[in-house]
Design a protein around this ligand. Structure first.
Ligand code: NAD
Length: 258
């Protein structure tokens, strides 16, 4: 491992860390020596992720949080700072998906997407940015839905393109502190979120296989594929990269207007 990519002595805070991409990122950071603070609303899965990282020899602390609630997010960041003193990376990753359907969502669906996917990220960054050490990094989990048109997912897409705008502007604002801000934009990733869109495991497997057939690299992503990109962007080895939206989509975006 390049010394610039070693996480020894570094602290990262990841939300949505109890499942899917966040869980894979937590393991990937811990495997490179980072101390990992995990935030998630699902306390049971949070505990099992924390235990699994510790059993693998990593350093992890799980803290329950609901990113829709500003005081809960402030509490998460205070607890992490109290325990670890500062932050070298922040990964706002908690998010919810959508059932593909025409543009006729209920007010509840709209609010849920905006509250978790957009407001939750803003709350986390408002609380955490003052504690990010010089030379640190922020990696926001956006989506190719923020870069490409996605029929049936307009509101989800609106939250993800908003995150890209947020991240780009913060990249300029935080550059004087040598803090980099980047976005990962996954295509379809094999996680509970995407599987829940299809009801049964069989249907999910069929839909993912169909997706893979239309993908330039002929596959869909596993959470670890996205985790590797997150760790790279968070690491000092990416020291001259800021404000980018990195597609992790096996080339899907090459066929659209990115
Ligand atoms: P996932 O459902 O496996 O994990 C999401 C995690 O976020 C869960 O552990 C959940 O408990 C947590 N969470 C949800 N609401 C929360 C809240 N209010 N407060 C705190 N935690 C909360 O999903 P995933 O696929 O790993 O998604 C992670 C991120 O990746 C999301 O932002 C999602 O939009 C994005 N993404 C996913 C895909 C995909 O195909 N799976 C593609 C592009 C982008």
């Amino acid at each position: 491992m390049d010394e610039a990519d070693s996480g020894s002595g570094r602290v990262v805070l990841i939300t949505g860390a109890a499942s899917g991409i966040g869980e894979a990122a937590a393991h990937a950071f811990a495997g490179r020596g980072w101390t990992v603070a995990l935030g998630d609303v699902d306390e049971e899965r949070l505990r099992s992720t924390e235990e699994a990282i510790r059993e693998a020899g990593g350093s992890a602390a799980g803290i329950a949080v609901d990113v829709r609630d500003r005081s809960s997010v402030d509490g998460l960041v205070s607890a992490v700072i109290h325990r670890f003193g500062g932050l070298d990376a922040v990964c706002p990753n908690a998010g919810i998906g959508f059932a593909e359907r025409p543009f006729e969502q209920t007010a509840e669906d709209v609010d849920a997407l905006l509250e978790v996917n957009l407001r939750g990220v803003i709350y986390l960054l408002l609380a955490a940015v003052p504690h990010v050490r010089e030379g640190g990094a922020i990696v926001i989990t956006a989506s190719t839905s923020g870069l490409l048109a996605h029929e049936g997912g307009a509101i989800y897409a609106a939250t993800k393109i908003a995150l890209i705008g947020l991240g780009r502007s913060l990249a300029i604002e935080l550059a004087p502190r040598s803090i980099r801000v980047n976005m990962v934009c996954p295509g379809a990733v094999n996680t509970p979120m995407i599987r829940s869109v299809w009801g049964s495991e069989d249907e999910a497997r069929r839909a993912l296989d169909e997706y893979a057939q239309g993908n330039p690299l002929g596959r869909f992503a596993e959470p670890e594929d996205v985790a590797r990109a997150i760790v790279f962007l968070a690491s000092p080895g990416a020291r001259h990269i800021t404000g980018v939206s990195l597609r992790v989509d096996g080339g899907d975006g090459l066929m659209g207007a990115v």
